[in-house]
Design a protein around this ligand. Structure first.
Ligand code: GUN
Length: 288
């Protein structure tokens, strides 16, 4: 039997724990974790993501400050805002929603964020810390994916994990996290020869390519655990809906456990963002 991993229930449980932690920080230390969320431009998906993040903050008692900037905002103005948020000791976390408009260099933006406030874990200092096993902010989607994976497969040592996709946001940090867990890790990508053959050897298959239904049933080893990171909007029979990178209905019977879309990794990304924001607030409070 294949288990559908309920990411929403897991995220709700984690959020309940975090809500209590925020309440304790407020009453014991007069500390309210605070995140600044910066959104530049009109990307409709980004607006939905930011709205969901801000709503979750409210539910947990985390303060959120939204900065919405015009599509035409200059890189200089965005960097000036980040500099002021870096300086503001009331702000513990800074998140610039990606993608930023094309005329802005996203690498320069991420590099400008104080690494201790980088709740996305995208700064090279945090990515470097992850690579060498030092403490730092861990990117939210890979962290949430790992939590879901461990909920069905507590012992990962020696397992062969295949990650489909090599993005800085998911594929690469996921590979580093799984290496820390003593997995044998393969990353496949658009230039890989015979992706299917690699996937068929996976005990753990992580799909993060952003292509609807990319992973087919005959690519999956019987009994594998499949983590679907994709969130793709498709229109079928005139109706719009979200699907993952995995052909869920066909793949599910081959697996021992699989995450659905929606309701799998997505809710965990936001819960882990809350986790990182609280961790940042605590670390900054200790430093002050
Ligand atoms: N765009 C898509 N995913 C993410 C994310 O996790 N963080 C940010 N900042 N932007 C994104």
């Amino acid at each position: 039997m294949s288990e559908i991993i309920d990411g929403k229930a897991f995220a709700d449980q984690l959020s309940e724990k975090l809500t209590k932690e925020v309440a304790a920080l407020k009453s014991e230390l007069s500390l309210q974790p605070c995140i600044a969320v910066v959104l530049v431009g009109d990307d409709p998906a980004s607006h939905v993501y930011v709205k969901n993040k801000v709503k979750r903050c409210e539910q947990l008692g985390i303060r959120s400050i939204e900065h919405r900037m015009e599509e035409s905002t200059s890189q200089q103005d965005l960097l000036a805002l980040i500099a002021s948020l870096n300086e503001n000791s009331d702000v513990h976390g800074i998140l610039v929603q990606l993608p930023v408009p094309e005329h802005i260099d996203d690498k320069a933006v991420l590099a400008a964020i104080d690494p201790t406030k980088d709740v996305d874990g995208f700064h090279v200092q945090n990515m470097g810390a992850l690579a060498v096993g030092e403490p730092g902010m861990v990117p939210c989607t890979p962290l949430g994916s790992l939590m879901l994976l461990k909920s069905v497969l507590p012992e990962l040592s020696g397992k062969h994990a295949v990650i489909v996709g090599r993005s800085n946001i998911v594929g690469k940090p996921m590979a580093l996290l799984l290496l820390q867990q003593h997995c044998t890790v393969t990353i496949v990508h658009s230039r890989t020869i015979d992706i299917e053959a690699h996937c068929r050897r996976a005990d753990i298959l992580v799909a993060a390519v952003g292509i609807p239904h990319f992973i087919k049933a005959d690519w999956v080893k019987p009994g594998a655990v499949v983590i679907d990171v994709g969130i793709n909007r498709i229109v079928e029979d005139g109706k719009s809906r979200l699907v993952g990178d995995v052909d869920f209905d066909a793949v599910r019977p081959k697996t021992s456990a699989i995450t659905p879309v929606p309701g799998g990794v997505g809710p965990m990304t936001i819960a882990c963002l809350m986790h990182n924001t609280i961790a940042a607030a605590k670390a900054q409070h200790q430093q002050s």
